[in-house]
Design a protein around this ligand. Sequence first.
Ligand code: TTP
Ligand code: MG
Length: 397
Amino acid sequence: MASTVIVHVDMDAFFASVEQRDNPALRGAPLAVGGKAEERGVIATASYEARKFGVRSAMPTATALRLCPGLVLVPPDHKKYALVSDRLMGILRRYTPVIEPVSLDEAFMDVTGSLKLFGGAEAIGKMVQADIKSQLNLTASVGIGPNKFIAKLASDWKKPEGLTVVGDVEGFLAGLTISSLWGVGPQTVEKLERIGIKTVTDLKGLSLQYLTGCFGVAGERLYQMARGIDPRPVIPQRRAKSVGREITFPSDINDRQVLLDTLLDMSDYICRVLRRQGLVCQGVTLKIKYPDLKTVTRAITLSGHTSDGISVYKAAEALLDSNWNKVTPVRLIGVSTSRLADRETIPEALFPDRQKDRSRKLNSALDDLLDRFGENALVRGRLLGRGSGPGEGVGKE
Ligand code: TTP
Ligand code: MG
């Protein structure tokens, strides 16, 4: 069996690079993405120009401005970063289906099965970097090694635009300090340094028994890390089969309008989740549970795909009206969407008329607002004036 080869991809100064890409006036400037100093904001990330001044992620913006008075501060645009991230993961998926996104800007790829097809891991790393450059107009650093731990260290080895292949694991680790080990927190580092352990080579001198005695299960990880061992597999992210939401009412409900308002709120929420993930649905399922716990689920297939809250709500409303006798109290109600597909793969013809175009624009404006001001920022007019909505319901994904 071929030995495992893992590639770790990490975008360079991600949020800052996206902002510089989209606004030429910001290129070359010491730039940070983050919250305002007067609002006690912190830095999300800084461009490499700003890093020269010591500006770092998680630093209070006020401190960053003291270190770098010419710092240009840009507010974060999370929606934009999420879209870039989706495209990044799409690029990586062309080289192997076994990809595990770790955050918006980084992912592991198990390329063991595609080495022959693409001419080796280094070739894959280079092609990924070239695709990111040509298709996203951004740069990434790539690390290649026999496991996640080594690949992650390797991608950080040379930044920006680095490509580091670790063949000699022992030699690579020997020179590293323990604080550079991924996942080793400052408290552990302090504890180890107190007993004179500064480098990975020092760490290798400690027995498994000693390390587990001091650090419990984390001690075993330290023992393995010192030897470049990491048994964790790359766990490919599977697309959700359905996205749904349900709520058990504090007391049983037989008021149709309350049930409809609840369905609308849940449909809106579900569709925001779909849109964020670039998905559309074609199936809508309604679930009703009665006080005697008897449960009814009924599904409907829409004529086309959608990620519009009102369209999902209309389907749920129709299902409610054809399956509920309007008198029996309802204990729980839920909506879920299924038959999910990537929006990109659905032909535009399915969104032909102006009504749909308008609702797409409206949804996009809605998403912008919610991304900026949070989930509770907007409530549809008809929901205003009600007490707590189903926002506290159980999310079921
Ligand atoms: P990182 O990959 O840690 O940083 P980076 O991509 O900005 O820079 P590098 O070239 O060193 O990889 O994080 C990715 C994004 O996550 C980053 O651009 C902003 C965000 N982030 C925060 O919002 N807060 C944080 O504390 C960190 C570390 C990152
Ligand atoms: Mg990064």
